[in-house]
Design a protein around this ligand. Structure first.
Ligand code: ADP
Ligand code: MG
Length: 697
């Protein structure tokens, strides 16, 4: 619900002309609301500015004073310049230096009033200095003002929009807020949780009262800040619930029942006993299938947990009820592998299975499309083209999406646009930390398989510098001599990355001719023709190759139980989740497996953290938590798989507890209010406008 005060364009604020309005828009600030809901990145206590003479070394200080002199200084290192300013107040003077920021000569000038904020340090000769301090230049009229003499909000500099410019605008905007700014939270809820009113919260977040604690502010834990964060989380969650309500009203293509005959037919295809985790997940899925509203479920389970068979049994239930199934994999290799597997398992059944990929010839494709449309084919395996392209099903009842995180945006919306409302089962081996699951998959139900099939041994993992390569090769040879197989993984940042591709190809040659001449070495990469890939993959799976040099195309799903060693080249270049996925290619059989991470020194701090996580644990959930900490939520799925909503005040790591509280409160609120379909639609529209979330699932 737009309200006038907040939807006012920033252009109506004092001192904002068209030019500045454009600058602000480039920084994502268009309305007063944009401005007021962008938190400071931190707060500085400038209420007690220290006299320069009283400063002690090694403390965080903020001072204000006059620039006595300033200028650029060259150093002995060619091209390396230092900008220096001598700043004085009534008590004394202090030197500030900035390394390699020569543009500062156009920012500072003698006689200016400035604020400096930073860590004081002792220089040789007993004088104090600040290195690379934060700075702000004050105008004449700023003298007493909002920029000093108080706890001051510091905003992120975005483009040409400076922290100080923003502070002034925020101050003006807050001045103009009407006393009766409409609330966003239900009053009863707000009072029960003891949250301040909206207007008061905005004021205190940007210009905290004198008694506020700088530490609490910088942890974003004051009541004012918490209220605004909670508000965003609450609005987000009510929208998620509204979407869920509206999806539940969709009609599935046909009812599903399970009886003894169907149970018997499931037992007939099952090659082994399900683990307890698999049984539980299957039960949750089959319960969903039997409901009248479409299933929207995420099946999470670490690599090798055995998700495929669970999905296949669900597919069998759908097919026994006269419905068709689309089974989608992220790559053609995986689609082919799933097809081979599924076709084998369903051999004794009456169901007909087909593989539809880019490699399917035109004539064959035409025939298949006709059989899918007539319902003669029951289960179709392929890539996402299956639901996005021109494939028409006769009665599509279940869509299984494997390794969802590679898809990015397979959208239920796509299905809905085609008038399809099947049950949807999304599978992922990326264990999603709980907070992200709440927000990313808020409208998915989640089943988790936590156990592994019996007899699996944790993969033994080591990280070694490249100088130890020969030892590693010797070890690989020993494993090959025991009859095992090995993967050697080469990073390929982009499938189009020619240099790396060349490196992988040369590596394969080198290994084949110089390192492992007595063994059979194959090469697999994403730019091979589908037929070629298939050939190599099959040869490896059937034990006709001993060593497979591969790029990350083997990352997901590939299943060769006899492979017991993986060597990852340039392990420092891979993300943590990716390394974990890769490692999942070994340890799939009865043999103790090994993963050797070869890295190039020196390691960055982050890379060291990733490798340590890999050698410390094989638990996918712990890996995921560490990855989230190392990378931050924005990068967790990589930008291309973005789907992480753009929050204004929420930090997914910092605000976990508030997010969970908001989720509980939103659920209680929605079940109290029980909105009409029209109100639900309205909620969804507001939500989509605000969060611009890419729909997943
Ligand atoms: P993921 O969950 O990584 O997709 P898969 O479904 O590919 O795992 O299963 C990994 C391997 O474990 C496959 O070879 C599969 O046949 C086998 N498997 C799955 N479940 C069981 C089980 N309950 N008992 C024995 N082997 C199993
Ligand atoms: Mg799998």
């Amino acid at each position: 619900m737009p309200d006038d005060a907040l939807s006012t364009p920033l252009q109506y604020l004092k001192g904002v002309g068209p030019r500045r309005a454009a600058d602000l828009a480039n920084a994502g600030l268009v309305t007063v609301e944009d401005l007021l809901y962008r938190f400071p990145i931190r707060y500085e206590d400038r209420s007690r500015l220290q006299p320069i003479a009283s400063i002690k070394p090694g403390t965080t200080i903020s001072i204000t004073g006059k620039v006595l002199s300033c200028g650029l200084r060259s150093t002995r290192r060619p091209g390396f310049k230092i900008f220096e300013a001598l700043v004085g107040d009534a008590s004394g003077a202090l030197r500030a230096t900035w390394l390699n920021q020569p543009f500062l000569k156009d920012v500072f000038a003698r006689g200016q009033h400035v604020v400096l904020f930073g860590q004081s340090e002792m220089r040789g000769g007993g004088s104090l200095q600040l290195t690379n301090p934060q700075y702000e230049i004050l105008d004449e009229e700023d003298a007493e003002t909002i920029h000093t003499g108080r706890i001051v909000p510091v905003y992120e500099k975005t483009g040409v929009v400076t922290p100080k410019m923003q502070r002034r605008l925020v101050h003006d905007a807050l001045d103009r807020l009407p006393a009766d700014l409409p609330e966003q939270l239900p009053d009863a809820l707000r009072l029960r949780l003891g949250l301040p009113a909206r207007r008061a919260a905005l004021l205190a977040t940007h210009f905290p009262p004198v008694e506020a604690s700088i530490d609490v502010l910088n942890r974003f834990a004051t009541p004012a800040q918490q209220r605004l964060i909670f508000e965003e989380a609450f609005l987000f969650q009510t929208g998620v619930l509204a979407r869920r309500l509206s999806a539940e009203a969709d009609h599935k293509p046909g009812a599903i029942h399970v009886d003894d005959r169907i149970r018997e037919s499931a037992r007939a295809v099952l090659p082994f006993r399900l683990t307890a985790g698999q049984r539980q997940a299957l039960k949750e899925i089959v319960d969903d299938l039997q409901r009248s509203s479409p299933m929207n479920r995420l099946l999470q389970g670490d690599v090798g947990a055995g998700k495929t068979i669970v999905a296949l049994l669900a597919a069998l239930v759908a097919m026994e009820n006269g419905l068709q199934v689309a089974f989608m994999a992220p790559t053609e290799i995986l689609a082919e592998q799933h097809f081979a597997n599924i076709a084998r398992l369903l051999q004794p059944s009456r169901f007909r299975v087909a593989l539809l990929t880019g490699a399917t010839g035109t004539a064959a494709r035409r025939e298949q499309l006709a059989e899918i449309a007539s319902g003669a084919l029951h289960l179709v395996v392929g890539t996402h083209a299956l639901v996005e392209g021109d494939v028409r099903f006769s009665r599509l009842g279940l869509v299984v999406i494997d390794e969802q995180h590679r898809f990015g945006v397979i959208q239920r919306a796509t299905l809905r646009e085609k008038g399809l409302h099947p049950d949807v089962l999304v599978m992922t081996a990326t264990p999603i930390p709980r907070t992200l699951a709440l927000t990313l998959y808020g409208d998915l139900d989640v089943s988790v398989i936590r156990d592994l099939p019996p007899g699996r041994l944790p993969v033994h993992t080591i990280a070694k510098p490249e100088s130890r390569r020969d030892d590693i090769y010797a070890f690989v040879k020993a494993q090959l001599d025991l009859g095992r197989q090995a993967y050697v993984i080469y990073p390929l940042v982009e499938e189009s990355d020619k240099i790396d591709l060349k490196a992988a190809t040369e590596m394969a040659d080198h290994l084949a001719h110089e390192v492992f001449p007595a063994y059979r070495v194959g090469l697999l990469h994403g730019r091979m023709k589908p037929g070629g890939k298939d050939h190599v993959m099959k040869a490896f799976a059937e034990g006709e190759l001993d060593v497979l040099v591969a790029t990350t195309v083997v990352e997901v799903g590939v299943d060769v139980a006899n492979a017991s060693v993986m060597v990852v080249e340039h392990a420092e270049r891979f993300g943590l989740s990716q390394l974990h996925q890769l490692r999942g290619r070994v340890g799939r059989g009865v043999h103790q497996s090994h993963c050797c991470l070869l890295y190039q020194s020196p390691l960055s701090e982050d890379a060291r953290g990733r490798l340590r996580a890999m050698t410390d644990t094989t638990d996918g959930f712990e890996i995921a938590e560490r990855d989230l900490l190392l990378r931050g939520p924005g990068d967790f799925f990589g930008t291309r798989q973005a789907g992480v909503p753009t929050f204004r005040t929420i930090d997914l790591l910092r605000d976990r507890e508030l997010l969970e509280l908001a989720q509980r409160e939103a659920a209680a609120y929605m079940s109290d209010v029980a909105p009409t379909p029209a109100a639900t639609r309205q909620l969804i529209e507001n939500w989509e406008a605000r969060f611009r979330l890419i729909e997943i699932g």
